[in-house]
Design a protein around this ligand. Structure first.
Ligand code: ZN
Length: 289
């Protein structure tokens, strides 16, 4: 139910977690970076919601990623970005370690359909998947090279994915807080005003970030892959030109980068977390809470 954009104090708790990493040349992700290989974490969010229970924002890598990418052409994905993953790092395993059974997770929010964001979906048999219709429509028929070209590995999604998918209602935009004035529109994910999807296209068709307030009053903006690092939005640094080949909409990518940079400059109180940022990974290693 649309609440007229009214924002109430929430009792949301948030944890940032990491499920594996891949390696890639830093320069591909940051034009001013080095040609050295760097480790790129697959971060994901665990949102403890007072009524909806544990909610995931993406999943990172998962155990069956290896199998799904064992054959050509999906093996190209692994070759382009070698993946390092231990079973205990999977989203399901990390939730179990926190006393949350994967069967009890009812909501998974998917920023986009790249393999390193959706690999864990199959480990949550009772979850509903929230995404933009445009994102799913773009990948759903793609197979083989056409899929890999867009970072999509179809067998990573559970076979009943479509019947469990909910497309976020984009017909009624919510009013955004002043801190998000750089962005045009946001949409209520759960219908209770607690989680807002912010369109951040460019990197992938139908990609969005997630904005919410926590019980501590923090304003979180999980920006998925709109940028690869915090340095990129702090200093408005583009990735290498080669990386633009991966993006379906290059000017939208630049546009989203500018909006994040503006948000950072004008409203530093908003915590912006890119899914592959090494700085945030260091925080996760130290212990989030
Ligand atoms: Zn991505």
């Amino acid at each position: 139910m649309y609440n007229g954009g009214k924002r109430e104090q929430t009792d949301i708790r948030f944890e940032l977690l990491c499920a594996g990493y891949c390696t890639h040349r830093e320069k591909m992700t940051l034009q001013t970076g080095s040609w050295q290989q760097i480790r790129i974490p697959a971060l994901f969010g665990l949102i403890h919601h007072p009524t909806a229970g544990p909610i995931l924002f993406d999943t990172g890598y998962a155990e069956h990623f290896e199998q799904a990418c064992s054959r050509f052409p999906y093996s190209l994905y692994k070759r382009a970005t070698p993946v390092y993953f231990r079973p205990e790092e999977g989203a399901a395993a990390q939730l179990r370690a926190r006393g949350i059974q994967p069967e009890d997770v009812r909501h998974i929010i998917l920023s986009h359909f790249h393999a390193d964001h959706v690999a864990g979906c199959a480990d949550f048999p009772n979850a509903t998947f929230y995404c933009f219709r445009s994102a799913y429509e773009f990948v759903k028929e793609k197979q083989g090279l056409a899929a890999v070209r867009y970072g999509f590995v179809p067998s990573l999604l559970p076979p009943d994915f479509e019947s469990r998918a909910v497309f976020i209602d984009t017909s009624v935009p919510v009013e955004l807080p002043d801190e998000l004035e750089a962005f045009d529109s946001g949409y209520d994910v759960l219908g209770d005003g607690s989680l807002t999807a912010i369109e951040m296209s460019g990197h992938a068709v139908g990609q969005f970030g997630l904005y919410f307030r926590t019980a501590l009053g923090e304003q979180m903006l999980l920006c998925a892959d709109a940028v690869w690092s915090s340095k990129a939005y702090r200093e408005a640094i583009s990735p290498h030109l080669f990386a633009y080949w991966l993006f379906p909409d290059r000017s939208a990518y630049n546009d989203t980068l500018s909006r994040l940079h503006l948000t950072y400059k004008c409203y530093p109180q908003v915590t912006i977390i890119p899914s592959h940022c090494g700085e945030w990974w260091e925080q996760v290693k130290k212990g989030w809470e």
